[in-house]
Design a protein around this ligand. Structure first.
Ligand code: BGC
Length: 470
């Protein structure tokens, strides 16, 4: 876009533009705090399960549904997110998500029965599904074009930080088994964020969609620091809005759109069937199978959370340089190998310290492999492959698929372990990750440096999915 040339800007214009850059960053960090809440919801449960289960004499299946309740809510949230953001706007939808996080987590902390816990987890999950759909959308609409990728990845980064903080707080309360305090730690930030979200600006794009052009200009001028820049950007938004979102109709009538929707679903199935959430929800159970003491289980889980945060920086820093596919191959190969070695260790019985440390190392390699690849990149790809006319519906369906697959794994993992044993369970995940490498080769495009426009043209002219990008 042709910005006003720098020579024609006054020094006060330049200073206003500089301040606006900081304002955008601040707004994006604030909105991404929704990711922190999602992460805390994902991470807390691994610490809560055992003491909660003991207190209420919960069966394995009941515990699986304490995990799964969140995912049922998240699936509903992801599938209804599209309507909420359209009707109420992105900002109000984020406030709804924060309110669900707060009331759901507070309800979990006060739970007097397994059923109450499961129902409150559904409420927390609803916030998570809504947030997973609406936060990246909001970020991509307020960020500057050149920062869009980084700002969307910020959301995943904050999610991993939330998981780490929850693992850390779980370790802190592990010896007392005080599961209610673990859940209070989850609820407390949600109320703060709920208040802070009222200060977010509305999305200029949504204001334009609603015909509130003056309001859109006012907000955009605040975000860009110069009225002419704001006008130029809104003119482009106005043009893009000429393409009506008609996802439902496209789904019925356009085979090529069905291909991109199918690809989005495949990407999210590949992400979830890698098995990341068996570690996120059940790490202490797995470490117990490898004979770790209770205290060691909790601190090792916190270490796993830290690796999850740090390795996310690889994707943020390198996916635009090396490309998405090489990083995905490296991630899935390391996940497959580490799961296979873990399975072998559990099979022989990790009884010596050296074997136990090797088992821990394998979990760390697995989580690191996921965090640098499938964790952030599947979300990036899912947003890139959908054509403008069906973007919201396409992303909503792939997000819903992510939650449903997560639900399937989260609610069956403990039962499968009981049924076939821990070693065989990990063989299954090792094989799935190996299969993912093949599916990546045949179906996934390399989208690095390819504009969304080009991807859309290739998709609509029937080019093979793996050739949609470079
Ligand atoms: C996944 C979550 C997972 C998280 C772990 C996300 O990309 O969608 O299911 O818990 O990564 O960091």
């Amino acid at each position: 876009m042709n910005k006003v040339p720098r020579e024609s800007l006054s020094s006060s214009d330049i200073s206003a533009i500089g301040k606006a850059r900081w304002r955008v960053l601040f707004v994006c960090i604030l909105a991404s705090l929704a990711g922190l809440m999602c992460g805390m919801d994902i991470g807390t449960i691994s610490g809560v399960l055992r003491p909660f289960g003991t207190q209420f004499h919960a069966s394995t299946v009941a515990l699986e549904w304490v995990v799964g309740g969140m995912l049922v809510g998240a699936t509903v949230g992801a599938l209804t997110g599209g309507r909420l953001v359209e009707h109420f706007g992105r900002k109000v939808t984020l406030i709804i998500a924060a309110a669900s996080f707060f009331f759901g987590a507070a309800g979990c902390a006060a739970s007097q029965s397994v059923m109450m816990m499961i129902l409150c987890r559904v409420v927390v999950g609803f916030g998570m599904g809504v947030s997973d759909f609406s936060t990246p959308l909001y970020l991509s609409e307020v960020a500057r074009t050149e920062q869009r990728g980084a700002m969307v990845s910020l959301y995943q980064l904050l999610k991993t930080i939330g998981i780490f903080l929850a693992f850390f707080s779980n370790s802190f309360f592990a010896s007392s088994g005080d599961w209610r305090s673990m859940l209070v730690v989850e609820a407390a930030p949600a109320i703060v964020f709920l208040v802070l979200f009222f200060f977010l600006p509305r999305s200029p794009r949504w204001l334009m969609m609603k015909g509130r052009e003056d309001d859109a200009l006012e907000v955009m001028t605040g975000l860009r620091g110069h009225v002419a820049h704001a006008e130029q950007e809104l003119a482009v938004v106005g043009e893009q809005l000429q393409t009506k979102e008609e996802g439902g109709k496209l789904l019925r009538t356009n085979r090529n759109y069905r291909r991109s929707v199918g690809l989005g679903m495949l990407l999210q199935i590949l992400q979830q069937f890698a098995g990341i959430n068996i570690i996120m929800y059940y790490a202490p159970h797995i470490l117990e199978a490898a004979h770790f003491s209770l205290k060691a289980q909790m601190w090792c889980t916190a270490l796993i959370g830290l690796v999850n945060v740090l390795m996310t920086f690889v994707a943020i820093g390198y996916s635009d340089r090396w490309g998405r596919k090489p990083i995905l191959y490296a991630g899935y190969i390391s996940m497959s190998v580490s799961m296979a070695v873990l399975a072998a260790l559990l099979w022989v019985g990790a009884s010596t310290l050296a074997l136990q440390l090797t088992a821990l190392l394998m979990i760390v390699i697995f989580v690191g492999g996921f965090a640098m690849s499938a964790g952030p990149l599947m979300w990036v790809l899912c947003a890139e492959i959908q054509p403008a006319g069906g973007r919201s519906l396409g992303i909503s369906i792939s997000t819903g698929t992510n939650m449903l697959s997560n639900l399937l794994i989260g609610t069956t993992f403990l039962s499968i372990m009981e049924l076939v044993g821990s070693a065989n369970t990990f063989w299954i995940f090792a094989s799935f990750n190996a299969l993912a490498v093949v599916l990546l080769y045949f179906f996934v495009p390399e989208t690095k440096d390819v504009s969304l426009d080009v991807i859309e043209k290739r998709l609509m002219s029937g080019v093979k999915l793996r050739h949609l990008g470079r």
